[in-house]
Design a protein around this ligand. Structure first.
Ligand SMILES: [Zn+2]
Ligand SMILES: [Zn+2]
Length: 268
């Protein structure tokens, strides 16, 4: 499985996974033209995209979806409440519901979702797996990591996880207290520290890739996010690759493969 991180932050989020000649977009939070531009720069062939999965309806996750779904002629996969908000903007798009009750199969991908704690209609975190046992989880805009999110993100090969703000930088950011409380509250965003704790808990021998995402430009930096998370992952025994997503430039494609030890254990 190959993971593309086309960009992440409060001004737009878009990732994709590719396997067996097929791909699936995970959020489309830039304009369709910008996603096309970034896909080309990263080497992602959008004609292979079989569907667009959206975590929630906020513009930084969904704004490019209507036009892109139409151009690519692919279905949009969202939770029911998210679709109720988005459907008027894409009357011609085919919708497939995702949620706790059933996984959705799309090409080589199996997409699972669970509710998250965020101030949107029906937000979800995602886990996408292929038949070879590899899987990538995407979880951002998490006020807090609920039991459901912790369960969904277990035993995945790659994780794209929010590390939104440094708690100290948020306190000294100049944001009014009410805004600070919203960002740090249960409907807001995970701090670097909370991301580090969650990753330590989720670590297992098969985890090979971690991407820190949705960094606040005002209250965080790639350096600070890494400095908080890397030691925690190291203590947990993580020997894989730690990346930090950026807002403006796609990351080079990331191969998500199971560590060799894990493949031996599973007899692959
Ligand atoms: Zn949001
Ligand atoms: Zn967001």
């Amino acid at each position: 499985m190959r993971l593309y991180v086309l960009g992440s932050g409060s001004r737009g989020n878009c990732c994709a996974v590719e396997a067996d000649g097929s791909a699936i977009l995970l959020d489309a939070g830039f304009s369709a033209r910008e996603i096309e531009r970034r896909a080309e720069a990263a080497g992602l062939d959008l004609t292979r995209v079989a569907g667009i999965v959206l975590t929630h309806e906020h513009g930084d996750h969904a704004c490019g979806a209507p036009r892109l779904a139409r151009r690519l002629g692919v279905p949009v996969l969202t939770a029911e409440g998210t679709w109720a908000r988005l459907a008027p903007r894409m009357p011609c798009a085919a919708h497939r519901p995702i949620g706790l009750r059933a996984a959705v199969e799309l090409g080589p991908f199996r997409v699972e979702a669970c509710p998250t704690s965020h101030d949107a209609a029906d937000p979800v975190a995602l886990a996408v797996r292929t038949s070879d046992g590899t899987g990538v989880g995407v979880a951002y805009d998490l006020g807090r990591a609920t039991t459901a999110v912790r369960y969904l993100l277990k035993n995945l090969t790659g994780l794209v996880l929010e590390a939104n703000h440094d708690e100290m930088q948020l306190r000294t950011s100049g944001y009014p207290p009410v805004v600070q409380r919203r960002i740090a509250g249960s409907g807001g965003h995970l701090s670097n520290r909370a991301a580090a704790d969650l990753l330590s808990e989720l670590h297992h021998p098969g985890l090979s890739v971690v991407v820190l995402a949705h960094l606040s430009e005002r209250c965080n930096s790639a350096f600070d996010a890494r400095a908080t998370v890397a030691p925690a992952l190291q203590r947990a025994g993580f020997g894989g690759a730690l990346h930090v997503a950026t807002q403006d430039v796609p990351l080079p494609p990331i191969d998500v493969v199971m560590p060799e030890m894990m493949q031996l254990r599973l007899g692959l």
